[in-house]
Design a protein around this ligand. Structure first.
Ligand SMILES: [Zn+2]
Length: 353
């Protein structure tokens, strides 16, 4: 019995202890759950978004946070290059006129026309020369050769004459002084630019007329020769002083003075009836790097469309070196405008390998 009692009481004692233990464990679990719940509640309270913007991420018209936000156009495809400020006065698009002096100290590589114009198998030449000392920038001469050769092949006419091309500043001064002596300064400046202000000093411009039967005439007076005007842009040339732009250029109509600016620019200026002063202004005002860029698709000499993107970057004239934004993936050229900035012409048909 004692054993039983003991056994019983022993068993009853142990059951009571087990019950106590279970209650204690339950209480501990309850307490732990309560603490965990409290911590979670605190985390939720402290990390909840402020009222008003909660749920915003789930509304359908709000972009997800992972979407890139564009702050600058094409920024991923561009990088900066350092350009010397002297480049402001160099390039296809330099504006040289009564207001803006030519300051390209290095000049361009010049070639003489006499030795570098094309001769044909029959002995004929695509164009004639007023003298043996005419010179042009090498890249301008190659385009002039190509243009006049194409004109000769299409028309069979060999009367085009290059009357004047590159001039030194002294030669320009002599011309100007002679004209001033003849007509007075006011009238002279409408026909002959002051020394330092003539496009002829750049090597990018030439005067072309027609020479037939011993007579020198204007292209504009020779109907058979008129097509040269409409094909000029394909070789990068513009008639620089049109009759309807005298107020802007400050120079009277010159049916003979051609200036090289390059294909996309010549095409755009011709198609939109803009002289160089107007075109430079347009790029500066409407086509800065940070704005929209000008897209030009210009048909070349073979009728094939050539695609370009053009934009303007203002110069910092207080700095000897300027940072210019250029594309990483395409060939491009930088031209100063000779006034206040750089024009970048991107060749969209020439991706970099
Ligand atoms: Zn001229």
């Amino acid at each position: 019995m004692p054993y039983r009692t003991s056994s019983y009481s022993g068993s009853s004692y142990s059951r009571a202890r087990r019950r106590k233990k279970i209650i204690k464990t339950l209480l501990l679990c309850f307490l732990a759950a309560f603490i965990v719940f409290g911590i979670v509640a605190m985390i939720i309270i402290f990390t909840a978004p402020p009222k008003g913007i909660e749920n915003k991420g789930t509304t359908p018209d709000t972009p997800a946070l992972t979407d890139p936000i564009e702050t600058e156009p094409h920024v991923e495809g561009f990088e900066t290059v350092e350009v010397d400020l002297s480049q402001l006065h160099r390039g296809d698009l330099i504006l040289v006129n009564g207001e803006h002096e030519y300051k390209n100290a290095d000049g361009y590589k010049l070639l003489d026309l006499y030795n570098n114009r094309k001769k044909y198998s029959g002995g004929a030449r695509a164009y004639q020369l007023s003298g043996i000392d005419l010179k042009l920038a090498d890249f301008v001469l190659s385009e002039l050769n190509a243009m006049n050769e194409a004109f000769y092949e299409e028309s069979g006419l060999g009367g085009l004459l290059i009357r004047s091309a590159y001039r030194t500043r002294q030669e320009q001064k002599d011309l100007y002084d002679a004209r001033v002596e003849k007509d007075g300064a006011v009238k002279a400046e409408k026909y002959v630019a002051k020394p330092g202000h003539s496009e002829h000093e750049t090597g990018l411009a030439f005067d072309m007329s027609v020479f037939v039967d011993g007579e020198n005439t204007y292209i504009s007076d020779e109907p058979e020769y008129l097509p040269i005007y409409s094909m000029a842009y394909k070789y990068g040339f513009v008639l620089r002083y049109p009759a309807d732009k005298v107020d802007i250029t400050g120079i009277n109509y010159e049916a003979w003075h051609f200036r090289y600016v390059g294909l996309p620019h010549a095409y755009y200026m011709s198609a939109n009836d803009l002289c160089l002063e107007e075109y430079i202004e347009l790029l500066r005002e409407d086509y800065k790097y940070s704005d929209e860029h000008l897209k030009v698709s210009a048909p070349d000499r073979d009728g094939k469309a050539q695609n370009y993107e053009i934009y303007f970057v203002p110069a910092d004239t207080n700095k000897g070196k300027n940072q210019i934004i250029v594309p990483c993936g395409y060939e491009y050229s930088i031209s100063g405008n000779n006034v206040d900035g750089f024009i970048i012409t991107v060749d969209l048909d020439a991706p970099k390998k």
